[in-house]
Design a protein around this ligand. Structure first.
Ligand code: ZN
Length: 80
């Protein structure tokens, strides 16, 4: 049975309007850590999400969050 690599980071996707971590610990307690934009991620993370990707990290449990795909930054909606 192949073992999971311990180094691979856990990456979740933010829910719409999500600003706090919703990971739970072993006791089922909500982490609720603030998700902060994460810039200097290590090479191992870059290998998964790509260089210069938009990524957020929980300040407590360090879970990584991709931006919510529905809430992409407003891109050129000026055409209307
Ligand atoms: Zn957390």
């Amino acid at each position: 049975m192949p073992e999971e690599t311990a180094a691979s980071p856990k990456i979740k996707t933010r829910k719409p309007k999500q600003r706090a971590c919703d990971e739970k610990d072993e006791k089922g307690k909500l982490c609720n850590g603030h998700l902060k934009r994460y810039y200097d991620y290590p090479k191992e993370t870059a290998a998964v999400i790509g260089p210069k990707a938009e990524i957020y990290r929980c300040e407590f449990c360090k879970t990584l969050y991709r931006p919510d795909p529905v809430q992409q930054p407003q891109s050129y909606t000026l055409r209307n």
